[in-house]
Structure formats: structure tokens, C-alpha cells
Design a binder for this molecule. Structure first.
Ligand SMILES: [Zn+2]
Length: 324
């Protein structure tokens, strides 16, 4: 995405009294949790529950591949990893392939689409990019920028596969979010989302796409996600309300910024969309966007919020559908 904020206050946030109490309770009750979960810990995890341990392992594996820019051998390896992990959850990833014109010439690109059938054919897409920005000056492995969204979606797919979904869920792994040139300009960015929306308009499938939840750069250890003024207000409210209910509003904060990201082609096409992104990441587009800068806890926070928001998104869409 285009980075709107270039500076940040780097004051450390102390643990709130509530969080201190939570930590203490957690330490005391940890053995109970182990005992209760042990019989079902044979590899499936709790139904519908996002497991950041699994997401973290995916993130580690993706970062280990190295830089993963569009058109590279490494992004092909990344696709293989994503497809294999989805298959392990019983999901088939369909490849949407095309060649796009970029400042570096024609590049092969691939979106990966995994569908979890729901009670309705109407879809909620949950998307994120899996490419990393190409840099020649330094080695860029994109732990948060490109890695976190892909790892998040792989684990979310597993969690939602086990959930009875009111709407069909589409996990959408987007290629080519990053600008090929150093500076984000014109059509040199969001290749995958633009291609997806154009194709969906042409084949008529856009009509059954009812909402988009976009995940981007959610690994930051110092997670702070602002509302985005380009996102759809009601959908943004639903997500931020879920965070408040879970007492995670120190991470999903009430202030607003403006973000240009993969949701814009969807917004322009009339699909209600929300971008969940932490823009205040000092390691953004630097050699320091590594595992040291990200945390499993941040992935868990976003996973919990998205899973908690989903029933409200479904209810709201059903209400909107009835009113039409
Ligand atoms: Zn980026």
C-alpha cells in the first residue's frame, strides 16, 4: 500500500492494569487450559478458533523462502507452500493466472482462490497479498508486509473450514500488490486485486461478492490499527465493535487514516470493504521487516477480531439483502 504516515511516536506502551490482571490469570490457569485442550490437540485445534501458533509457523516458513516478488521463482515456491497448506485443511486453491504489463516488462501473476462453501452462494472474501516488494539495494523478506497476510489467511482458512458459515467464504491470496518501481504510482500496484475485480465483472461473479475484508501488515509487534477513510463505514464499525467487545481496542484504535491498498478496486466496484492494516510500522519496506519485528500475539489479536466480527458481518449482509 501507499504509506501515508512516515513518522511515528515511539513511546512504549505500558501494560494496562487489565492486561496485567489478564497475564496473571493466564499464568495461574495455563495448566487448566493444557489439561482441557490436550485430548483434542491432535492437530485440528478448536473449531472456528484462530491459532496464532499455526499462523506463526506459516510466517516462519514464508520468510525462510526469502524475498518473494511477483514473477520470481520464490513466489512460485510460496504458492506451492500456500496450496499445500490449504490442501492439508481440505481446501483446493484455484489459480487465477495472467500476465501483466509492469515497469519491469511483462510479469506472470497468479491470484490463489480457496472457497469454503456456506449456506448461501453469496460470498464474503477475506483477502491479503502474498508478494513482497522487490528491492535490489537490500534483502527484503517482508515478514509483516506480505508474509503476515499470507500466513494469516492460511490459518484462517483452517479455522473457518470447521465453522458452519452462513455465507460462502472466499480466501483470496493476491499477487502484485506491491509497486514494481520503488515509488507507488499510477497503475504500478494492486495488480492482483484489479485483475480479480475486472475478471469478476466480466464473468458476472461480482454480483455474489457481498463484502471484502482485507488483511495487510498485521504482524507488527507493536500493533496499532487505525480505521481507514477509504473503507466502507458500516463494515469498519462492525470490525472495530468486535475489537471493543474483545477488549482489544488498544490495538484497533478509534482514530482514522487514509489507506490506498488492494481494497480500492473492490470499493470502486461497489463491494463493501474494510482494510485491516497497521501502517505505523517503522520496519516498513526496510531490511528490518523480519521475524524480530513481528509477533504471534499480533496475528492472534487480528484473528480473534476477524472471527468475532464474522457473525455480525453475516447478519448485516442478510439484513441488507432483505431490505433490497
Ligand atoms: Zn509493501
Amino acid at each position: 500500500m501507499r504509506h501515508a504516515i512516515t513518522t511515528r511516536g515511539s513511546t512504549k506502551r505500558a501494560l494496562s492494569p487489565q492486561r496485567r490482571i489478564f497475564s496473571a490469570c493466564f499464568a495461574v490457569s495455563a495448566w487448566i487450559v493444557v489439561v482441557v485442550l490436550a485430548p483434542t490437540a491432535s492437530g485440528q485445534g478448536a473449531i472456528g478458533k484462530f491459532d496464532s501458533n499455526r499462523a506463526w509457523e506459516h510466517l516462519r516458513q514464508l520468510v525462510a523462502i526469502g524475498p518473494r516478488p511477483s514473477g520470481s521463482a520464490a513466489i512460485e515456491q510460496t504458492r506451492t507452500y500456500i496450496k499445500n497448506q490449504l490442501a492439508a485443511s481440505g481446501l483446493t486453491a484455484v489459480e487465477q493466472k495472467w500476465t501483466d504489463d509492469t515497469p519491469a516488462g511483462k510479469l506472470p501473476m497468479v491470484n490463489l482462490i480457496a472457497t469454503i462453501p456456506g449456506a448461501r452462494k453469496d460470498r464474503i472474501a477475506i483477502a491479503g497479498h502474498y508478494d513482497t516488494k522487490r528491492f535490489t539495494r537490500f534483502r527484503f523478506v517482508g515478514a509483516s508486509d506480505g508474509g503476515s497476510s499470507a500466513a494469516f489467511l492460511i490459518e484462517l482458512a483452517r479455522a473457518l473450514k470447521a465453522r458452519p458459515n452462513a455465507y460462502t467464504i472466499e480466501l483470496l491470496f493476491l499477487d502484485g500488490e506491491e509497486a514494481v518501481n520503488e515509488v507507488w504510482a499510477g497503475t504500478d500496484n494492486t495488480y492482483g486485486s484489479r485483475h480479480y475485480v475486472e475478471a469478476a465483472k466480466r464473468d458476472g461473479s461480482l454480483a455474489t461478492l457481498k463484502a471484502l475484508v482485507l488483511i495487510d501488515m498485521v504482524g507488527d509487534r507493536d500493533l496499532r490499527i487505525r480505521r481507514d477513510s477509504n473503507s466502507t463505514p458500516w463494515l469498519t464499525d462492525v470490525v472495530w465493535d468486535a475489537a471493543a467487545r474483545l477488549k482489544l481496542d488498544t490495538y484497533f484504535i478509534p482514530s482514522t487514516t487514509e489507506v490506498e491498498d488492494d481494497h480500492l478496486p473492490f470499493v470502486k466496484a461497489g463491494v463493501p470493504s474494510v482494510d485491516i492494516i497497521d501502517l505505523e510500522y517503522p520496519q516498513w519496506h526496510t531490511a528490518e521487516d523480519t521475524l524480530d519485528a513481528v509477533s504471534a500475539r499480533s496475528l492472534q489479536v487480528v484473528g480473534d477480531v476477524v472471527v468475532a466480527a464474522l457473525p455480525q458481518i453475516e447478519a448485516r449482509l442478510t439484513k441488507l439483502g432483505i431490505r433490497k
